[in-house]
Design a protein around this ligand. Sequence first.
Ligand code: NAD
Length: 344
Amino acid sequence: MTRVASGASVLVTGGAGYIGAHTAQALSARGYRPVVFDNLSSGFREATRWGELVEGDIRDPAALRRAMQTHGVEAVIHFAGLIEVGRSVASPDLFWEVNVAGTTSLLTAMREHGVARLVFSSSAAVYGQAGIGPLETIPEAARKAPSSPYGDTKLACEWMISAQCRAYGLSAVALRYFNAAGADPSGIIGEAHEPETHLIPLAIAAGLGDGKPLTIFGDDFDTPDGTCLRDYIHVNDLAAAHIAALEVDLAACAFEAVNIGTGQGRSVREVVQAVARALGRPVPHATGPRRAGDPTSLVADPTRARELLGWEPACSSLDEIVRDALRWEGQPAYGAGSRSARKI
Ligand code: NAD
């Protein structure tokens, strides 16, 4: 059995990004030594407040090896990659190069440096149109039918990691996140994607009169209010899932893929209403056509996370997520929104 002990040095690729920064904070609070490895292509230096920042690209195994050696790295949490679904449709080659070849390069460096535990950011995008009924939750064994090159790269990474675990004795957990949302309640780190494509920050921007009116993509889905259902998970609950995945006892060669979600579907309209409630004013919105490839419903069956990792969400009610997102979006410390210095 292998596990990572508190105090260990953990390489956090993509640790200057949204989920990585929250996880670096959680690692530090738990007594680990996070070392952020990031090329700052979409991350922020200001978000790396916990542990050292090593600037580098995951496609450069020599730079990864140096970072592992210098900091005595014992485990890796791998967030780094490209995340915009639309961009993956326009530039699939880039996504395969960064997400898949970048992960190969990381695995090579881990092997050469004798790092035997990996936690990987996978995604509910591996399921795509999973062939599950509209109101059913998705178990890990569901059919994998990614509907974008982004989802393809996440599934390809899972396959490659799993094969390398078997071949080289690593142990790895791929966490299939559903919709990451919210921000640390301190307001010092939060979501800052450019461009922002996620619903909650867009709804807040629309409500603050700071962005375009929100477009709801389709209101004729087979759901109670006609809009899509998604499973929103607070970013700090997600961070806690990474710690649990780092600490779980796993045999050498073991590969586990685990859903991280709440099991509760929330419709786009419910989210818009929650944002309006938190703001105390309406969120201007219009309904547009469906987006190609948007599944009706993506809601996790989180049983495996509970059983294997002992993990359950602690702060992922929609109102908590929106409250914390609003604290951040009202006055973000970095990112595009900070330049316009919005105020609630
Ligand atoms: P993000 O863009 O905020 O963070 C990604 C980080 O990776 C950034 O700091 C960026 O600078 C870094 N990076 C990108 N390419 C790199 C490279 N070649 N070398 C080194 N660093 C590089 O994104 P996020 O929302 O924090 O997502 C983190 C991970 O979680 C991604 O792998 C994403 O696919 C996955 N994920 C996110 C969500 C979500 O809802 N945000 C859902 C499912 C999965």
